[in-house]
Design a protein around this ligand. Structure first.
Ligand code: UDX
Ligand code: ADP
Length: 475
């Protein structure tokens, strides 16, 4: 059924829901956008008058919030009320990997999707278009559909509220840190579904700022699968270049030069070839794990093990960074103090989900060292929470906060430390005051640069010892 969409509800005010609705609201002043979340603190931060208190750091986001909030963009905890009012509902809730039970470590936990579907089934009125926005395992739409249909069948006796639904998949391809630009200038918009009129209703929204040739429509399964595969291919490039970074260190080659030479082949392309401490973020590991789970489910064991390697190399890259640090610091870091520069999984975001920094820091703490951590945007409580030691069943947490200090600047974080480990490519780390830093540290002043941000010649001239990932001359 074609719907003239006037009111939209987005369930989930996170890294996907928040920025994507903000950009849509900015581009569609004729539509009301209600972003709802069950977490009252999150909603309070979205409504804060102090724009620096928004729950998500994303360049360009606060300006849009300032323009639209209170006009056609609203943040609230009233999930039920806003579902009832909506012509179209975006589902942008989290779908983390299951920690226990069937498919633990690989399958996505769909309990939030299920809860959300039940809320929609209960409170929607008339015809509603339900759009999957979160990255979901293939065939999630089927789960949503079956819940909604079950409620419709049950509600058939109640003739006062006749409802119907169409389900679309509209995966979001934004990358954190560049979300606003990605949303304004996407490479493509993908809409999957079998009801052409509902697809047209969603296209009518995007057409306000995106040209029609960039809008691709498919069946719902192809759309869901394309999102997983795009992420799997991107992650595969990173694992490929990271595997070669180790080879460069052994052969005295330089990974930057190799990446440049390889990337200049137009068939390969120059993007996504920066070697580093491995990919992080909420999508890559989760999506590849999902892919592996689906392949195993269909008995495609060779395909599953092919993709498993992408995750293995990612974990191996972190392990070898940890052993390099210990080895260079005379084989022990017990009681030593190490500065960690950067904790988010990439620059320009405060998101730490699956950040390589978590695994690397936890392993360094296990070796008995002290950590002095600085990140320009990650909150210190978040750092302490991420580094809490959990026992094998995730039941108990062991307090290791005495081993961790967090700081508000690079200079504060390097006082009396033995080494600096650069884990995130924040802009300010490209321009460190190396002379001053050297004075504040304890010799032999090591820098472990996993993000290729340090000018090695300059660092050497001040007296630093330096290890640079993928560079055979500084190993
Ligand atoms: C990713 C996809 O890019 C996006 O399309 C999808 O919607 C969600 O998942 P995101 O996780 O936000 O986005 O960030 P991305 O820029 O892809 O980076 C992921 C990780 O890969 C980061 O840890 C980053 O540091 C790392 N990375 C990226 C590299 O190590 N080298 C590179 O060349 C690029
Ligand atoms: P993403 O990166 O996918 O946006 P986030 O964790 O940042 O993931 O955001 C998802 C949001 O969805 C969280 O703020 C969470 O509180 C919210 N959420 C999850 N389930 C529901 C639900 N049933 N109703 C309302 N909000 C929900």
């Amino acid at each position: 059924m074609k719907v003239d969409v006037r009111t939209i509800c987005c369930i989930g005010a996170g890294y996907v829901g928040g920025p994507s609705m903000a950009v849509m609201a900015d581009k569609c002043p004729h539509i009301q956008f209600n972003v709802v979340d069950m977490n009252p603190e999150r909603i309070e931060s979205w409504n804060s008058n102090k724009l620096e208190e928004l729950p998500i750091y994303e360049p360009g986001l606060s300006q849009i919030i300032e323009r639209c909030r209170g006009k056609n963009l609203h943040f609230s905890c009233d999930v039920k009320g806003n579902i009832s009012k909506a012509d179209m509902i975006f589902i942008s809730v989290n779908t983390p990997t299951k920690k226990r039970g069937l498919g633990a470590g690989q399958a996505s936990d769909l309990k939030w999707i299920e809860a959300c579907s039940r809320q929609i089934a209960d409170h929607a009125k008339g015809h509603t278009i339900v759009v999957e926005k979160s990255t979901l395992p293939v065939k999630t739409a089927l789960t949503i559909k079956s819940i909604l249909e079950a409620y419709i069948i049950k509600g058939k006796n109640n003739k006062t509220n006749v409802k119907s639904f169409s389900i679309l998949s509209n995966p979001e391809f934004l990358a954190e840190g560049t979300a606003i630009n990605d949303l304004i200038n996407p490479d493509r918009i993908l809409i999957g579904g079998d009801d052409q009129e509902s697809i047209n209703s969603l296209m009518d929204i995007y057409i306000n700022w995106i040209s029609a040739d960039k809008i691709l429509t498919t069946d719902i399964w192809s759309s869901e699968l394309s999102k997983l595969i795009a992420n799997a291919f991107l992650a595969q490039r990173i694992s490929s270049i990271n595997s070669i970074s180790a080879l460069c260190e052994n052969t005295e080659a330089n990974i930057n030069d190799v990446a440049k030479a390889v990337g200049m082949d137009s068939r390969i392309g120059e993007h996504f070839l920066n070697s580093g401490p491995g990919f992080g973020g909420s999508c890559f590991k989760k999506d590849i794990s999902n892919l592996i789970y689906i392949c195993n489910h269909y008995g495609l064991y060779e395909v599953a093990s092919y993709w498993e390697q992408v995750i293995s190399i990612n974990e191996w890259q972190q392990k070898r960074i940890i052993s390099t640090i210990v080895e260079k610091l005379y084989g022990t870091i017990s009681e030593k103090k190490i500065t960690i520069l950067g904790f988010s999984f990439k620059s320009n975001t405060n998101d730490t989900r699956e950040s390589p920094a978590i695994n690397i820091c936890k392993n360094l703490l296990e070796e008995g060292c002290y950590l002095s951590i600085y990140d320009p945007k990650v909150d210190s409580n978040q750092i302490l929470k991420d580094l809490k030691k959990e026992n094998i069943n995730y039941e108990k947490q062991i307090d290791n906060s005495k081993q961790i200090e967090t700081h508000n600047s690079v200079l504060e974080s390097v006082v009396n430390t033995d080494a600096i480990v650069i884990l995130t490519d924040w802009e300010e780390f490209y321009d460190l005051n190396l002379r001053e830093i050297y004075e504040l540290m304890r010799p032999p002043c090591w820098i472990f640069d996993t993000r290729n941000v340090i000018n090695v010649e300059a660092a050497k001239s001040y007296g630093f010892n330096i290890w640079k990932l993928g560079n055979g001359k500084f190993k």
